[in-house]
Design a protein around this ligand. Sequence first.
Ligand code: ZN
Length: 422
Amino acid sequence: MSAPAANLRIDPDRLWATVMDTAKIGGTEKGGICRLTLTDLDRQVRDWFVAACREAGCAVTIDDMGNIFARRPGRDNSLKPIAIGSHLDTQPTGGKFDGVIGVLAGLEVLRTLNDAGFETNAPIEVIDWTNEEGSRFAPAMLSSGVFAGAFDRDYAYARTDREGKSFGAELARIGYRGETPCGAHRLAAHFELHIEQGPILEAEGRSIGIVTGVQGMRWYEVTVTGSESHAGSTPMPLRKDALLAASRMVVAVNAVALAHAPDAVATVGLLESRPNSRNVIPGAVFFTIDLRHPSDAVLAAMEADTEAALRGIAAASGIDVGIERVWDSPAVRFDADCVAAVRDAAAGAGHPAREIVSGAGHDSAYIARVAPTTMIFVPCEKGLSHNEAERAEPAHVAAGAEVLLRAVLATDQRLADQARAG
Ligand SMILES: [Zn+2]
């Protein structure tokens, strides 16, 4: 006997226990996790995940980037699966929740469907994406990137860690280089539950973030060239002080973000002054700029404003400035139907929610290029993540999993209705 979808409830205690149990694999003394991708600890958590999914009646396939797909059959197995994906790898001093709850809530959804004997129309898949963190092998989101065609597989295989070990060799070593070509596998939709990694939901007392997209991001490297000279014998009007000019530029970068409030952010996070000597007027400064905004058009305007401001300061100071854009990651807008499914699920379950744009990158940002995708955020204490002290409330993790379950089932129903009508 199959229960109606609206009556299904995830088991919050089972989900929390699973999060706490698996956190022991690579668990740190300070209560976090160190589970770098493609290490023996990563293999251990993968082995656990594969076994748990098989126990839940799933067929498990692994692609040639080590992405794991656990499939629970539906009524019509010729349909593309509805996927729930995130990552089990962590930062070297990572927390228990980042990525992990996305995969384990997926497992909880499978277990809930099994307990109720509920049959979906399309198959449901839970996915562990390899190397989301990018800490051991840069760049981040490497395997979802290959899946979406942003990187090619051989480029990924050639990435090396600081000991010179390659991604391809380590993937084979831990036994997770599968047969299926990465990306050949098609998805009907992709949902990802994740901690917010920011302070907004907690500050507003909301338990669910309806994620409408990922903001665009551009990185720049700036070189300011003045003239080194003696700090005592060079009169003020005759100086070409690169650090003084760079300081004005840092203030100008901040002003660009404020001029595009409230959604713009701009950061100078790294600055090097040369020769960095107390009695020499700085002759050269290198610094970086990180600009972010949910709209590519606004981001382009921020870039133009930044460039104009920096060139104006350089001209007024009689020094040279070189500005190079080194990375451009366009804004991502998540699928309107998937976003609506999350909004309705949060309302149906009675969880206070708000729309939010992700400030950080996620596997879903790449998967959105090849499948209708969205994310669900839950609050984390003080917005803290990539930290062993990262913490999420059990009630929030449960709320996120409940919304995930409802959104996936609603999407399954919607796609079935569309197929029937179409
Ligand atoms: Zn993550």
